[in-house]
Design a protein around this ligand. Sequence first.
Ligand code: K7E
Ligand code: CUA
Length: 654
Amino acid sequence: MFKQLSARWVIPVVAFGLFFGLALASCSEGGTAGMDVSEVARERHLSEQDVLAAVKTYQPTGRFDPYVLFASGGHSGQVLVIGVPSMRLLKVIAVFTPEPWQGYGVGAVETQDVLDEGRMADHDLTWGDTHHPALSESEGDYDGQYLFINDKANPRIAVIDLRDFETKQIVTDPNMGTNHGGTFVTPNTEYVIEAAQYSIPLWEEYADVDRYEESYRGLVTFWKFDRASGRIDHDASFSMELPPYWHDLSDAGKGPSFGWAFVNSFNTEMATGGFEDGNPPFEAGASANDMDYMHIINWQKAARVAGEAGKTRMSRGMRVIPLAVSIEEGLLYLTPEPKSPHGVDVTPDGTRMVVSGKLDPHATIYSWEKIRSAIDSGGSGETDSYGIPILPFDDVLEAQVELGLGPLHTQFDDKGNAYTSIFLESKVAKWRLDPPELLEKIDVHYNVGHLAMAEGDTRTPDGKYLIAMDKWSIDRFQPVGPLLPQNFQLIDVDESPMQLLYDMPIGIGEPHYAQMIKADKLEPFQVYPGVGYSPHLMALKEGAPVSGTERIERVGNTVHVYMTAMRSHFKPEYIRVNQGDEVVLHVTNIEQAHDATHGLGISKYNVNVSIEPGETQEIRFTADQAGVFPFYCTEFCSALHLEMAGYLLVKPAG
Ligand code: K7E
Ligand code: CUA
């Protein structure tokens, strides 16, 4: 029996089991009748490593995880909130996609307003392709207040308030076709960086691809964040015109490199595809060169320049610094980077920028000091075809370290180590920065994209936990049809060799990046502070119904219903209107008990809102269909929850 356990594990597991069994026996009053750890391990065919991994990740009931991971939800357009190390999914924050449980975009006016802010090209957009979440920072440290995330498909940025984990704002970038190099924040969240990916015409509405080099442009936008209002300030934000390379990831400088931003690019060939016409396809045309360009941008100075008269041009309602101004003012420099780069990651101390080329086996380490002195010495006179100064590669290079095939993204720990995902090998490489040296690799399953380290993008990463965000999960989970979940793999990096602890399937989209924050930095509301509180205003809403003010008022063809909800009834329970009336339903959950949430779903009218304790919401719809429509509470709130219901009675016209 127990064939899976090789001889070298038997003794440790038995010893472990004995230890555990004894420990349990000595601390439990009722005895330990039943199996001990080693028996369970044997029956479940678990190795000692498995048992250790289980012990390292298990959180007993009621005990919270020390870290919280905010992960992009990929095509779902949402954000996933996950406890680490238990890898328990805590919440899916509705961002770019309607979400019924949270009452997001299914009847609640304020949430619909947020989604409507995100309309582009006169379309309602009901999905997003979220890639890179960014926690707000103060002095280069996550402060736990806000979270930003980009939508690559439709160039947009969302702002989530971490007091209630709700999306407060979506801003659209009208000059981009798509984005990718967002969201990345500057060290005090002065700006949220967003770089475009696939270039489109900038100063004109339409130009065929045969005018690519003259008319198409790349773009980077610095969205000004106003912490006091918790919103991006559109008018204080600005973009910078870039050559029509395809821009990729960005990162903000910190410490000595504070005030600067770094944006990768590929397709510096400016290939325009057209496989069907006998041209090289994009994949070949856009990867012909051995080197592309990292863009080095002085955002602090750019912000000043953007405020000066005559230095910007408006395009589709956004201030844009033209390329010529950026060159003249010394806002923008290029340096070569190998080859079809993807990630750029600034070291925690801000002294170095690590870039990986997808088609180059190295991590390339740039020295900020060398970049700075190359800029100060006026450069070599070499420029790209748009006149942007190029800092010679050898002048700014610190070192290259060979890691493996297809390096993508890098994270850092607290011990001077870096971790780079190696896509083609399905491995994570651990390497030392000083002096650069590959230390070890661990297998991941499979096709790893980003990595997320505990407090990974701060000036003081924690190390300890690393999450590999794998795109393929073939053979890891119970088959669920041809579309497979992605796989988050939790790795203990304090062990040497590194240990894989946990596989978490992600069955909602393809997450790209995630950030992991110490849980005790988050201070969310337990209950909204006051009855009649609007999550949109983050304040009490004037005129919100409270106990005793419930009523129905008709103003012309508009019927205002002032409703309260508490266990276990709505007041009023009848809403009588005429067919064709506008119905405005103001509803407040007048409870203040923690977790006493009510929902309000109306049959056949596509309405559901979540009303958390204290919260008020407004619902608007036209009662265009006559008939009798039950409404009911959609959260099982009490023993008489099923009785928490009422009728919308729409009297036929005429
Ligand atoms: Cu590598 Cu969008 Cu950052 Cu996907 S991205 S992995
Ligand atoms: Cu209120 Cu169910």
